[in-house]
Each structure stands twice: as C-alpha cells, then as structure tokens.
Design a protein around this ligand. Structure first.
Ligand code: HEM
Length: 452
C-alpha cells in the first residue's frame, strides 16, 4: 500500500503461486464486503488459522445459512439489549480500576496491560455470552489460561500455525512431538469441554423453566447469548439448533468478543502512555460528564465527542483484526476488474486505515482530533474499517465500543500511564489479531490532578 497508494487492487502471489489481491481502495473494500458480499467466502487458510480456536458458528457460516444465523443472533445486539449491559460494563471497569490501584501499592503500578484487559474483557463476555460471572479479575480461570495458550503461541507454535494454514498438521499432537502443538490442541479441547458443560447446564435449566445463572449478575441485563439461543433456537420447533451448534456459537462469541476488545484496550493504553495530553483531555471530558451525572447513561457516553474520537482513532491506528480474507466463489467484476472464481482477496482493515488517499498525508499519525473535521473519502462510513463493513461486519461492534469506552472513562479519571516499551512493538505473527508478542508493560500511577 505504501508503495502503490493509488492502486485500488494490488496483485500478489499466494501459496503455490495462486492469485491473491490486496484491496487498497474504499470502493473495492465496499464492493467485496458489502455490495457483492455473498460472491465471496472465507478462505481455507483463514479457517485453518482460527477455526480450531473460535469454533464454526456465525463467523464461518456462508451464503443463506449466514443470513439466517445473522438474523436470529442480531436479536441480541439491539441497542436496547446492549444498553441493558451498561451497569455490568461500568461495574467491571471499576473492578479493574480497583485491581490496578492495588497493583500500584504492591509493585509501583507495573502492569501487563495485555493480561489485565484479557481478564476484564473475558469477564464481560462471560456475562454477555454465557450469562455467567467468570471472575478472572479475582482469580485467573482455566478459560483464561486456555485462551492465553492458543492466542500467545511460542515460536514453534507460530511456525506450526503458519504451516497448518497450508497443510493440516494439528493431528501431530497425538505424536510425542512437538509440545506446542499438543498444548494448543489440549487448550482447545478444554475450551470445548467446559463450554459444552455450561451449555448443557443452561439447556437443563431453561427446559426445566428454572431461573438461570443470570440472577447472580449485578445490574440484571436483559438476556445473554446462550439463554437467548436455547430459548429461540434449541427449543424452537422450526429448524432447531442442536447442542453442538450452540457450543460452536458460544465458542465463536467468547473468542471473538473478548480478545479483540482486549487488543483495542491494550493499544489504547500504550497510546495513553505515549500521549499524556490525550489522557488529560479524556479525563477533563469524563469529569465534566460525571459532574452532571455520577452514573453516566448510555446517551451521556454516546455524546462524549473526544472519547468517541479517541476510540475511533485507536481503532484506526491499531485495527485489532488483521485480515478478513475472502475467496471468490464465482467469476465476478469488482470495480471494473474481472475476478476469477477461486481468487483470494484480502480486505485488511489497517491497509484502508493507513492509506494517505483516504486519511491524508498524516495517515500514520495518531490524532484523535481528525475525527472533528473529516472530509472527502475519510468521511465515508466505509473508511472506519476496523469492524469490516456490510452484511458480515462485526455483529458485536456496539458491545465492543461500550465496553471499551466505559473502561477508558474509569481508568483516565483515576490514573496516568507511562509506556515502558518504546518504539516498534513486536507482534504475534501469524495471528488473526494485532497482538503484542509477550506482555505489554505500562507503568500506572494515581492521577494527582483529580480532586476526589
Ligand atoms: C474492538 C473490538 C472488535 C473488533 C475490532 C472487531 C472486528 C471484527 C471484524 C473486522 C470482523 C470481520 C468482518 C468480516 O469478516 O467482514 C468481525 C466479525 C465478527 N465479530 Fe467482531 N470485533 C470486535 C468485537 C467483537 C465483539 C465484542 C463481539 C461479540 C460480542 C464480536 C463478534 C463478532 C462476530 C460473531 C463476527 C462474525 C460476523 C459475521 O461473520 O457475520 N466482535 N469483528
């Protein structure tokens, strides 16, 4: 993209000299993801990279089956349902802040941001997807360990993951070598086993007409995904989903729903650690809102302009999802260019987000204020590429944004951050996500300019 910023599509050779095309233009991004969405499917390499971890579910449904599933599950992502989680999100943000406060007393505030946010976002998604308190903030669970294992592969694990996208080799786990493959397979098996048990328990509770685990949750949100699916689809007379279907969906949502938001928060904290003025501006805006309403409502948060700018800029500069590969299932024409069936196209959110033709010459600079004066291509909604676009765009966008914003609001009113790792941060590669390799260390201190 840096070399050919004006080319809408850049052809390159994939594995075995197969044709692949990097998408480098808003119109093409929109055509592939939206206008001609169902002329494309997810690629085999993408399936092999992440399907073990995130399950089959909605993410890997295609064509009419995708439309059906999306329509059903969309019922859970309505604004009113997401809003009903506000208290839960705010409660978890406070718990995280308490943990950080303890850390300051204990070790001077040296925090692995990546781990801290994995814990809190897993707890949040536990409530949203499973209707359960996982309590990783109190004590890391088996769940957390398994996700850390599968997302944070060691070097051998990464090499195996890369090979596995070309030739399936996960079965080697049953041989005495290599260990990282075995760990990966075992962690995935544990996730499936635990989620299968939780699903069975919920099926039993709902079919017996009992109040489910939701009653344990403070703030009593409307409905969690698992209960919703048991009621709407497992018990439905028309095309019911089996227990196995529910487990795959649950796996999908727990995995996609927590590490992405954790990644956004990790990079946001790194940014705050590098731009103390941004922390101060966010703090001022939040304190203003808190003065008017000590328990900010959904619309109070929606109306926080600088927080929104910061959120969007964080997601533009650090898109948590690396690539959303597509493969043409029939010959088609994209932006006047014939595309043969089987061709792989790569819509990469950060390629769109860094293109100077869209964002201007300062595309690579972190500048939240740019969102106050968007013009030209940048003002097109497609340009905010982090969540994809069209019928397959992120179904959890509203959940992610609210979760992200409530955490940032809580943290900036209490703490200052200092990035301990300077310069370029090494990331896990290959990976479906923009994930720092190893911990992301930040130094957190209590904000001195906040009057209690
Ligand atoms: C900052 C956080 C997040 C980011 C940046 C993000 C980004 C994305 C992207 C780029 C896609 C792929 C779109 C495509 O293939 O065209 C996606 C899909 C998806 N996301 Fe998210 N996501 C986030 C949070 C969440 C959350 C919180 C949930 C669940 C509660 C979620 C659930 C999903 C699901 C199920 C899909 C598949 C949708 C489909 O294929 O129809 N995501 N997300």
């Amino acid at each position: 993209m840096r070399q050919w910023p004006n080319e809408p599509m850049i052809r390159y050779f994939g594995f075995g000299n197969s044709d692949a095309i990097l998408i480098n233009d808003l119109r093409v991004y929109k055509d592939v993801l939206h206008t001609q969405c169902y002329n494309f499917v997810r690629t085999t390499a993408f399936r092999r990279l992440i399907m073990d971890i995130i399950g089959v579910g909605l993410v890997f449904a295609e064509g009419n089956e995708h439309k059906r599933q999306r329509k059903i599950l969309g019922g859970l992502f309505t604004v009113s349902n997401v809003k009903s989680y506000l208290n839960v999100f705010q409660g978890k943000a406070m718990m995280l802040a308490e943990e950080i406060d303890k850390l300051i007393s204990k070790n001077g505030g040296i925090m692995d941001a990546k781990l801290a946010y994995s814990k809190v976002t897993l707890d949040v998604i536990g409530i949203f997807a499973l209707g359960m308190e996982l309590k990783n903030l109190d004590e890391p669970t088996e769940f957390l360990d398994c996700y850390q294992t599968v997302f944070d592969l060691d070097t051998t694990g990464q090499i195996l993951a890369a090979i596995n996208t070309i030739v399936p080799i996960r079965w080697l786990a049953w041989l005495p070598v290599p260990t990282s493959n075995r760990k990966f397979v075992q962690a995935n098996a544990t996730l499936r086993r635990v989620l299968s048990q939780i699903t069975q328990k919920r099926i039993d509770e709902v079919t017996a007409g009992k109040t489910n685990a939701r009653s344990q949750i403070q703030g009593s949100p409307n409905k969690d995904l698992l209960t919703f699916m048991v009621e709407e689809k497992f018990m439905s007379e028309k095309d019911p989903w089996t227990k196995a279907d529910l487990v795959e969906q649950v796996l999908n949502f727990v995995a996609t729903g927590h590490e992405t938001t954790a990644s956004a928060l990790t990079w946001a904290t790194y940014t705050l650690g590098n731009y103390p003025d941004v922390t101060k501006k966010l703090r001022l805006e939040t304190l203003e809102v808190l003065k008017r309403n000590p328990s900010p409502s959904f619309s109070d948060i929606e109306n926080m302009q600088y927080l929104d700018n910061f959120t969007r800029e964080t997601l533009r500069v650090n898109c948590p999802v690396n690539g959303i590969d597509r493969q043409a299932i029939q010959d088609c024409v994209i932006a006047g260019q014939p595309i043969k069936k089987g061709t792989i196209l790569m819509p990469i959110p950060s390629v769109i987000s860094y293109n100077p033709n869209v964002w201007g010459e300062d595309a690579e600079v972190f500048n939240p204020d740019r969102w106050d004066r968007l013009s030209g291509a940048a003002a097109d909604p497609v340009a905010f590429a982090a969540f994809g676009y069209g019928p397959r765009s992120c179904i959890g966008k509203a959940v992610a944004l609210l979760n992200f914003k409530t955490i940032i609001m809580e943290l900036v009113t209490r703490f200052d951050f200092e990035a301990m790792q300077k310069g370029k941060i090494e990331v896990v590669n290959p990976s479906g996500q923009l994930r720092p390799k190893g911990p992301m260390w930040v130094k957190v201190s209590r904000a001195l300019d906040v009057v209690a």
